[in-house]
Design a protein around this ligand. Structure first.
Ligand SMILES: [Zn+2]
Length: 342
């Protein structure tokens, strides 16, 4: 952390030194060898000055702030790296790979020391962790999300061709859960991320991504750290008793879309729908995540819709034609400027 600050300060000093050199009129001083066709830094600076008109000087006044603002971060996405710590660091910092995350959580602490969580990308910057993705109306989630990568092998490479239920998933050690639970709680508090926008990579890219896997401790995170969404037991019992799934795939698809998934609305249990159901089950129902819908799956989904989207029990039992994305989107655009419509 200290080093980062010093580096930035050093760069800033360098920049300021160059800027002031330009403004006191040493533009003619060549900073690079001067030959035909070679533009020196000084000449380039002169050109920029011309474009700006030379006297467009201004200062930023920060004394007045508007309360009408919020964080650009809407979503928290959890991942596993499927690599060792050393390999993860190498991948997530390799310019060729073009992948990164805001945080990297190791699988163990340094001997006798605290867990060292790596901040690979500062939170105001965009990390490249989500790829092609969708959640609650947002596509390409990198722009508005924080990504946490957790060192965990996922499953052995030999299991790659097996159905997801047959893969030997590797559990997360308790000490590591405590670290990413606390970290996630901090991120959520800083950016006011609602529970239903704390998701796994598999939720936002079903079928393409399986991380953080079926052994990710979502229930523990909810109960111990208030991280993410989880259905209430009494609502779950109510919906379970009402047998909410009798083979109506269109209704299931509209509920999955209403919760946030990029669920097809085809009315048939096609491969993409199976992928979405499997992603939902991996998150909320780790006992069975083969993508086959059943009463338990839809009971959980109904309980979540009631809790986080205020869907009434009567509505949850009906189809929800063309279920819209959850409300609470963009503010401002319709309110300004204050002109009467013509
Ligand atoms: Zn991922």
């Amino acid at each position: 952390m200290e080093h980062d600050t010093h580096d930035i300060d050093a760069r800033r000093r360098h920049f300021l030194a160059r800027s002031s050199a330009v403004s006191i009129g040493v533009l003619a001083l060549p900073l690079a060898a001067c030959g035909d066709g070679v533009v020196t830094d000084a000449q380039a600076a002169e050109k920029i000055d011309d474009i700006a008109g030379g006297n467009a000087r201004y200062a930023i006044d920060t004394s007045i702030r508007s309360p009408n603002q919020d964080s650009r971060v809407r979503t928290l996405v959890m991942h596993y790296t499927a690599q060792s710590l050393a390999e993860s660091i190498a991948s997530l910092t390799d310019p060729q790979r073009q992948v990164s995350a805001h945080y990297l959580v190791p699988d163990a602490a340094d001997a006798g020391a605290a867990f060292r969580v790596f901040e690979l990308v500062p939170e105001p910057q965009r990390a490249w962790h989500a790829g092609v993705s969708y959640w609650q109306g947002d596509r390409m989630l990198n722009a508005g999300s924080i990504g946490i990568e957790i060192v965990n092998p996922g499953f052995p490479a030999a299991d790659d061709a097996l159905p997801v239920m047959s893969r030997r998933w590797v559990p997360y050690p308790d000490a590591q859960v405590a670290v990413f639970g606390a970290l996630a709680a901090d991120v959520i508090a800083r950016h006011q991320i609602p529970p239903h926008k704390v998701v796994g990579h598999s939720d936002v890219a079903p079928g393409r991504k399986f991380d953080p896997g079926p052994l990710f401790p979502w229930q523990t995170l909810y109960e111990r750290y208030r991280v993410g969404a989880w259905p209430d037991a009494d609502a779950l019992a109510y919906y379970r008793a009402s047998r909410p799934y009798r083979g109506d795939v269109a209704e299931l698809q509209s509920k999955l879309l209403a919760y946030g998934y990029d669920a097809p609305q085809t009315g048939v249990l096609d491969a993409r729908t199976v992928d979405v159901v499997s992603a939902f089950q991996m998150h909320f129902r780790a006992a069975r995540y083969d993508g086959m819908p059943d009463v338990e799956t839809v009971a959980i989904l109904d309980a979540l819709l009631e809790k986080y989207f205020r869907r009434s029990r009567a509505l949850n039992r009906q189809t929800m034609p063309g279920a819209a994305s959850p409300a609470g989107g963009e503010k401002g655009s319709d309110e300004w400027p204050l002109q009467a419509p013509r």
